[in-house]
Ligand binder design. Structure first.
Ligand code: CP
Ligand code: NVA
Length: 308
């Protein structure tokens, strides 16, 4: 069973072949209306369940449209409206859904819930974000980087702000695909040491630098994320904003990074907080290519899960 649960648990050669496949899939449908079916109809006769226990715009729409373009059907399910949200166990949910659908994508809170679903499902499971990781996002980010700048191996990525889920998947990708990553943010929001050590052990340079201006020196890519994630208590908002304010991506910071550095954000962005309007809409920003690439990258992920 090929589940897509995390970047660090997926073979680097498989990650590479999914990225190459995503490039090919994107090129093949360039300029066509969004409803045009893909030539291959790779998901013909397949049903995909998309389960959301947290809000989503990109993940929901890109998976739904992607499956349709591949000739399949989707069921978009909200965790709270399922029996899952009313006491039915994850193992039972996994076993039941596996009798109806060919593939399950889930966005949930705890990583243990994702793992349990995968353990008990007899169809592939895809991680659509947990509190700890967001692997589909990073596949799209690397696809985007490579479209603009060529191979990511050996490049320097600088992450600003909160070292949580999206950052964790980026650090895992550094180890798997051979690039370097500098994290700059407040110590309380450092990425998990386990992920940092793992990527270092695979030969990547993972640095922690508290000074954001120093951190971005020589960056090929500057990335940030929201200051308050979906799993963070709203009561922590003010404290988090105070800690993170020095790490806003603005003109001065992009100038320190240099004009060749790209800017990415997984979105949704909170303009005026972690990033200014000028950077979001400026010439170095590729955030909307990045959002589009969720569609193409996830098609390659789904095909890989199904052994295609
Ligand atoms: N980047 C991302 O996963 O966006 P959504 O929360 O809108 O799915
Ligand atoms: N870190 C953010 C990412 C949203 C796509 C969150 O978990 O809310």
């Amino acid at each position: 069973m090929k589940h897509f649960l995390d970047i660090n648990t997926t073979d680097p050669a498989d990650l590479r072949s999914m990225l190459d496949e995503a490039h090919r899939i994107k090129k093949a449908r360039a300029g066509k209306p969004k409803g045009t079916p893909d030539a291959e109809a790779a998901l013909a006769d397949h049903v995909v369940a998309l389960i959301f226990e947290k809000p989503s715009t990109r993940t929901r729409v890109s998976f739904d449209v992607g499956v349709r373009q591949m000739g399949g059907e989707t069921l978009v399910l909200s965790g709270s409206e399922m029996q899952l949200g009313h006491g039915e166990s994850i193992p039972d949910t996994a076993r039941v859904l596996s009798r109806y659908v060919d593939l399950i994508m889930i966005r949930t809170f705890e990583e243990s819930a994702l793992q349990e679903l995968a353990d008990f499902a007899s169809v592939p499971v895809i991680n659509g974000l947990t509190n700890r990781s967001h692997p589909c996002q990073i596949m799209a980010d690397i696809l985007t980087f490579e479209e603009h700048r060529g191979a990511i191996s050996g490049k320097k990525i600088v992450w600003l702000g909160d070292g949580n889920n999206v950052c964790a998947s980026f650090i895992q990708a550094a180890g798997q695909l051979g690039f370097d990553l500098t994290f700059t943010g407040p110590e309380r929001l450092d990425p998990e040491a386990e992920f940092v050590e793992e990527a270092r052990g695979k030969g990547s340079k993972i640095e922690i630098e508290r000074d954001p201006v120093k951190a971005v020196d020589g960056a090929d890519l500057v990335v940030t994320d929201t200051w308050v994630s979906m799993h963070d208590a709203l009561s922590t908002r003010e404290r988090r904003h105070n800690m993170l304010r020095p790490y806003q991506v603005n003109d001065e910071l992009m100038e320190a990074a240099g004009k060749d550095a790209l800017f990415m954000h997984c979105l949704p962005a909170h303009r005026g907080e972690e990033v200014t309007d000028k950077v979001m809409d400026g010439p170095q920003s590729v955030v909307f290519d990045e959002a589009e690439n969720r569609l193409h990258a996830q098609k390659a992920v789904m095909r890989w899960c199904l052994g295609q």
